[in-house]
Design a binder for this molecule. Sequence first.
Ligand SMILES: [Zn+2]
Length: 236
Amino acid sequence: MSTATTDIMASLHQILKSITEKREKLERGPIRVAAHQTRVDDATSKLDATREQLTAARMLVDSKQLQLKTSEAKILDLQTKLNTCSNNREYQALLEQIAADQMAESVLEDEILECMENVDSLGQNVKDATSVVEDSKQQMKAESSRVNEEEGVLKSEISQLRSDLSGTESGLPEEIKPDYLRIVKTRKDDSLASVRDEICEGCFQQVTPNMVAQLALKESVLCTSCGRLLYPSETS
Ligand SMILES: [Zn+2]
């Protein structure tokens, strides 16, 4: 195989590798954006759940406050009844009832304070969760525009490489071209492999001395293990 042919094949291999590398990078773009979308979705669900907790906590405060008002009215009513008591026993019973209700009221007041503190801390949680949502949305926006920019660059680089590829392909000798064109359709950068010290560098299997001899005769040689089109590496 002439040096020129070897150079052409090495160069084709390099171009094919670059195209694959850039195509893979291109494909990873939307995956990166999707990962950010997942973060936005997760943060949004967390915010929704925290908002629901806050609503429930507020409703609990409202219901306890309503309960307190009812209890206050009841105590007022009992206090009014004290004036209309007909005997001391009835009076004492009312006093005891009022004392018990006041005790319950004080417990309820403590509970309301506790519930209000819970509302405050849940309010803070909602604020925190909101800023996580906003941050993740901003990060997604930034990543999305990065990916868009990269996409433009990668697409023009790939198109340049494709034109380099067809230019280089036209220099392939006729003995090799048909095999190359057939294999490259499906195997892309896996179409070619260099041979160094009688080893196929695509699959690292030994090639036969006969194949090495064929390579030297510029023939089209396929690796019997991996099917790649072989070319001698510069140093072999
Ligand atoms: Zn091989």
